[in-house]
Design a protein around this ligand. Sequence first.
Ligand code: HEM
Length: 443
Amino acid sequence: MADTSQKIAHGLERPKITQREPMHDTYLRFDDPIPDASELALEDLNIVDPEIWRRGAYWDRFKRMRDEAPLHWTPDSFVGPFWSVTRYEDIMKIDIDHKRFSSSWEHGGIVLGEPMEDFELPMFIAMDEPRHAEQRKTVQPAVAPNMLKVFEPIIRERTQDLLDSLPTNEPFDWVDTVSIELTTMMLATLFDFPFEDRRKLTRWSDVSTNRENPDICPGGEAQWREELLECLTTFMGLFQKKQAEPLRNDLISLLAHGEKTRDMQPQELLGNIILLIVGGNDTTRNSMSASIYGLNKFPEEYAKLKANPDLIPNMVSEVIRWQTPLAFMRRTALEDVEMHGKTIKKGDQLAMWYASGNRDERFWNEDPNRLIVDRDQARNHLSFGFGIHRCVGNRLGELQLRILWEEIMKRFEHIEVLEEPALTSGAFVKGYTWMPVICHPKT
Ligand code: HEM
C-alpha cells in the first residue's frame, strides 16, 4: 500500500488515504486522471464510482445527464443496474409518489445495491406505510418544537464553550475539532447516551456507511459486522435500561416504550439506531464544514453575511442546498412507470440525485453552483427530501447550524480555510473528512 500522506504548510498533515482497487473493472484506478464528462459516452458516466466522489469530480457528469439523459440508465455497476433521476422537478415527482416508488428494505431500501441477506437492517426510513408512519410517529416527539426549545440553550452553551476553547491564529482541523464534536454531543443528548463515550457514536456512524472504504474499515466486511454488532450490544443494554425506567423524551426511551417499537427485533433496533446516528450526525456535521468551506470559496458572500447577520437563517438553508449532505436516496419501482419516453420497469432501482436537483439550472433562477447567502429560493432545496420520508430532524439540523454561526459571528473576524479539504469517498454521504483552518478573532 502506498503511503499517500502529504505534509502541508502550516504544520498540519493531510490524512492518509489508503490506495485501493477500483470497485468495478470500468472504474478509475486510484489517483488516475479524471476525464471530462464530455469525453465519455453517456452510458459510461459511472456516477457511483467512489473515486470521483473522493475527488469531487461529479458536477459535469450530472450536468450532462440533466441536459442529455434526464432519466439515465447505468446498465452495469458495482451496485447493479440502476436509473438516475437528475432534474429537480422529476426528483420531486418521484419523492412524493410513494405508492409507486418504494423505500422498503424488502425491495432493497434507500441505498443502491442489494442488501446482505444475512445482515438485514430494517429501519423506518426504509419502510413503506403503514409501518413507516407508526415508527416515525414514535420518535417524532424527541425532535418536536417543544424539545427544540429545550435543546436550544444546551446547544448554545456547548457551542460557546467549544468556540471559546479553539486555538486562535493557529491551524487546526475544523472537521474533527468542531463539526464532529458538536454533532456528536447533540447525538449523545438525543440518545441520553453516556457522554464520555460519545465518540463511539461518531465511529459507528462512520463505519455504517463505509463498509468498502479501507480508510475506515481496513478489515472489510468482517470488521464492519463486528463493529455494528458491538453497537447493537451497547444499544440493547441502553434499550433494556430505558424500558425498566419511566418514559422520557430521549430517542431510546421513546423507542423502548413505544407501542409499535418496544418489541423490535435486535436487527430492527440496530437499523433504527443507525438511521438516527447517521441522520443526526453525518448530515449536520458535513453542513457545518460546508458552511465554512463555502463562505471561503465565495468571499463576497462571507462579506454579505458579516454586514448583515440577519441573513444567517437563509444562509443555513443555502448551505444545506449547496452541500446536499446526502447525495441521493434510492427508490424501487412497484409498477412500470413511463418517464422521458423510457420505461422504469417494476422492480428497477433508481437514484433520486438530490445533489443534482439542487444544481438544476431549470429550477434555480440564480446560478445554482454558487453559494448565495440571500438566495430567495434557498428553502426550496431538496436536501431533506419530500413526501412522507421528509427528514424528521430538519429543524434540529438547522438550529445547530444557526447557533453555530450566531456564535461564530460574535467571536471571529474570519475563519480561514488553508487548504482544499479532504472529501468522503462514496456517493451517498457527501462530505468532508478534514479541513485545516485558522480562526482570526475579532479585535
Ligand atoms: C442538514 C441536516 C440533515 C439532512 C441534509 C438530512 C437529510 C435527510 C434526507 C435526505 C432524508 C430522507 C428523505 C426522503 O427519503 O425523502 C432524511 C430522513 C431522516 N432524517 Fe435527516 N437530515 C438531516 C438532519 C437530521 C437530523 C439532525 C436527524 C436527527 C434526528 C435526522 C433524522 C432523520 C430521520 C429519522 C429520517 C427518516 C425519516 C422518515 O423516513 O420518515 N436528520 N434526512
